[in-house]
Design a protein around this ligand. Structure first.
Ligand SMILES: Nc1ncnc2c1ncn2[C@@H]1O[C@H](COP(=O)(O)OP(=O)(O)OP(=O)(O)O)[C@@H](O)[C@H]1O
Length: 466
């Protein structure tokens, strides 16, 4: 907290340490001091009752400067509790359920520097039965702030993203199957890789199966492998992707695109962990953790008999939703900066965004999410005649960014491409693919219908572009 700038009008509440001491017969301060991590005790009105020595040292404050102040004022510099700003609030959780609650937050120190922290909230009772929140704050080293997957970083600081990151971190530590939900380009593959990084399998293989582009005829040989001579033209023995993921993770991307016949075969393998290579007689076993991703509602598909319900439950022990970029606009500038850094490295240049360009991006709805942001930035960097990208370098291909739309009194207006877009049946990718995706809010099925091609073809075009 910025102690210099703190709100001096905050009511001077009772000094609860004394009250608490007499109720429990213990000196709360010295009990908290045993804890090596920063720790605070908070009452049901969000007021800090006590802060341990580690907390005072970490945040450069004296305990009498924080006692009686609201926790959200101190750690978030916010006049309202964090759940009112869309965050996962340990105070709300502990006082509602009485259960311990872990979250990942961004806190601000006394110099207003943001830092990533993990918070463990515990319910603590006094002798009169009153509940308090004991909050242990685990400060994350700088390098753990963004999750790194190879040379990629999962960037974001918005409440929605922090919530999602926390779920990824927690779920990653289990060995359960995980189903990632999210629109196209939202970062599902990156999240799958982060889940693997968090798991005990991190040093083993992470194998991706692109379910949308895997031809039905090759499913068995690709997933299960084959023996020499298993089919015409098959010269050697090959291990399948499932076997290659042994002791590691198999990521089933776009699992909703799997035809029913393949779903049955996949389920059989996942249920038993055993398989036979095509043309082989030996039963083999692999220990594989499954992560799957989709942008489709698999339960709805199950209702329409397009997806096997038993496979759904096998895949979705834990489900994690990845929020679309328009629901975490505060992340746009940070992600754009990282993407421009990446573009600069691979193209040998350096680009930044002008304030106007940043505002423009902030106002845009990004139906294609982070992938679309990356494409827009690539085009802008190519168009810019200097190191600064201006608003007029950003090409939104027919979609009016919300702030311009407000001026035009037609928010979110989209150019109507109708069904007359330059249709390509199966061959080269049509020029209007991106525009159609925007028009249909990333719904690839509708784009495919409009273009008269299969969803898989649309998917393949997108992958080629990625
Ligand atoms: N939080 C993020 N920070 C930085 N880059 C990101 C983030 N999320 C996604 N990206 C980048 O955006 C691009 C698209 O991400 P990714 O392929 O993981 O999306 P997806 O949801 O799997 O898409 P699809 O559904 O089309 O397969 C990638 O280049 C990825 O590195």
């Amino acid at each position: 907290m910025d102690m210099q700038n703190r709100d001096r009008t905050t009511p001077d509440v009772h000094k609860p340490t004394q009250k608490h001491k007499s109720a429990t017969g213990l000196d709360v301060q010295s009990v908290l001091n045993i804890q090596q991590n920063p720790m605070v005790l908070i009452d049901d009105q969000y007021r800090i009752i006590a802060a341990n020595q580690a907390y005072q040292e970490a945040y450069g404050v004296q305990s009498d400067e924080v006692i009686g102040r609201c926790c959200h004022e101190i750690s978030h510099h916010s006049p309202v509790p964090c759940h009112m700003r869309g965050e996962d609030c340990p105070h709300q959780a502990v006082f509602t359920t009485g259960e311990a609650h872990d979250v990942r937050h961004i806190h601000y120190d006394h110099q207003n520097h943001a830092e990533h922290v993990r918070i463990r909230g515990h319910a603590i009772k006094d002798q009169d039965g009153n509940t308090y929140l004991g909050e242990e704050i685990i400060r994350l080293p700088h390098q753990e702030e963004d999750i790194t997957c190879g040379d990629m970083r999962m960037v974001g600081r918005s409440p929605a993203f922090m919530k999602c990151l926390h779920h990824i971190e927690m779920a990653g530590r289990t060995d359960a199957s995980i189903l990632l939900y999210g629109e196209s380009g939202v970062g599902k593959e990156l999240a799958a890789s982060a889940l693997h990084q968090f798991s005990a399998r991190a040093s083993e293989a992470f194998i991706t199966v692109d379910c949308a582009s895997l031809p039905e005829t090759l499913f068995e040989s690709e997933i299960l492998g084959h023996e020499r001579g298993a089919f015409t033209g098959c010269l050697g023995r090959k291990r399948g992707l499932y076997e290659m993921a042994d002791r590691g993770t198999l990521f089933l991307d776009e699992v909703g695109e799997l035809p029913l016949s393949m779903q049955a075969k996949l389920l059989r393998v996942l249920e038993t962990g055993t398989f036979r290579r095509l043309g082989g007689s030996e039963t083999l076993h692999a220990d594989v953790r499954i992560i799957a991703a989709t942008n489709r509602n698999l339960l709805e598909m199950a209702g329409q008999r397009q997806f096997r319900e038993d496979l759904y439950y096998r895949l979705a022990a834990i489900t994690i939703d990845l929020p679309p970029l328009r629901d975490r606009r505060d992340d746009i500038a940070g992600i754009a900066a990282v993407l421009l850094e990446r573009i600069g490295k691979s193209w040998g240049g350096q680009w930044t965004l002008s304030k106007d360009a940043e505002r423009c991006l902030f106002a845009y709805d990004f139906p294609g999410n982070v992938r679309e942001l990356r494409n827009i930035l690539q085009k802008a960097a190519a168009l810019a005649d200097g190191p600064v990208i201006q608003a007029n370098h950003l090409n939104f291909t027919g979609v009016i960014p919300a702030f311009e739309a407000h001026a035009a009194a037609s928010p979110g207006a989209v150019r109507d491409f109708g069904t007359t877009a330059s249709v390509t049946r199966g061959g080269a990718q049509p020029d209007d693919l991106e525009a159609l995706l925007r028009q249909y809010q990333g719904n690839r099925r509708r784009v495919a219908e409009t273009l008269g091609v299969s969803e898989r073809t649309v998917y393949r075009w997108l992958r080629r572009d990625a």
